[in-house]
Write a protein that binds this ligand. Structure first.
Ligand SMILES: [Zn+2]
Length: 54
């Protein structure tokens, strides 16, 4: 599943892949640090909840 993050440096919207973590009781995802497509800065995802990207 993909999520939307806003780059902390240039405010660009970044769509980042969230890796599903398989669990019985809840649906969780793990998002690694991502590189902004616009400015190239490596960003660290903020804490959940995240905005799903359509
Ligand atoms: Zn950026």
């Amino acid at each position: 599943m993909e999520f939307e993050f806003v780059c902390g440096w240039c405010d660009a919207d970044c769509v980042v892949w969230g890796e599903p973590i398989v669990s019985w009781w809840t649906q969780k995802y793990r998002v690694d640090d991502f590189e902004c497509w616009n400015c190239g800065t490596t960003c660290t995802p903020h804490d959940p909840p995240w905005t799903p990207a359509d």
